[in-house]
Design a protein around this ligand. Structure first.
Ligand code: NI
Length: 174
């Protein structure tokens, strides 16, 4: 499983809810590897299964990636679940590989704690703030069919989708 295609708006799969995985096995690890490769190639710092037309609850992230390929620090999560959110909020500019070239400031809880199954199928917990917190929430949103543009006005959302349609015109939608 290599060279996954990244789905862009307004594809229906991006609005669907992904299903929990039963376990993390070799097949799922292959999916995680392929998603990471696709994310690094894009390049991006996070990718959710919906974005590569797979509807299981898997996300991958790497906030440390540099173009020279050094300092890779991939995080793979299956069945991620936010179990705590801070009252404090944070505003950061977000973008999305499924909404190429479009960015907006999004407000989210500043800190979150997430439980998940890691690459080896082990139960794990991660707490993050700043970019990591935004990234975790953004990717888990994807698994619930929610995009960052859903936090914007309909006017702005429609404008972003129109721009992406123009940008991806004539390209294979899958
Ligand atoms: Ni995204």
């Amino acid at each position: 499983m290599t060279g996954l295609n990244i789905i862009t708006v307004p594809a229906a799969v991006l609005k669907e809810k992904a299903r929990p995985v039963d376990r993390v096995d070799d097949a799922l690890r292959q999916q995680m590897d392929a998603m990471l490769e696709t994310m690094y190639d894009a390049p991006g710092i996070g990718l959710a299964a919906n974005q590569v037309n797979l509807l299981n609850r898997v996300i991958v992230m790497d906030l440390d990636y540099r173009e020279d390929g050094k300092d890779k620090n991939p995080i793979c999560m299956a069945n991620p679940e936010i179990v705590w959110r801070s009252d404090e909020k944070s505003v950061m500019e977000e973008g999305c590989l499924s909404i190429p070239g479009q960015f907006a400031e999004i407000e989210r809880p500043a800190q979150v704690r997430v439980t998940y199954l890691d690459y080896h199928g082990k139960e794990a917990t991660l707490e993050g703030d700043g970019l990591l917190s935004h990234c975790i929430q953004h990717e888990i949103d994807h698994l619930n069919g929610v995009l960052f543009i859903d936090y914007l006005s309909k006017l702005k959302r429609d404008m972003f989708i129109r721009r992406v349609k123009k940008l991806t015109k004539g390209q294979d939608p899958l």
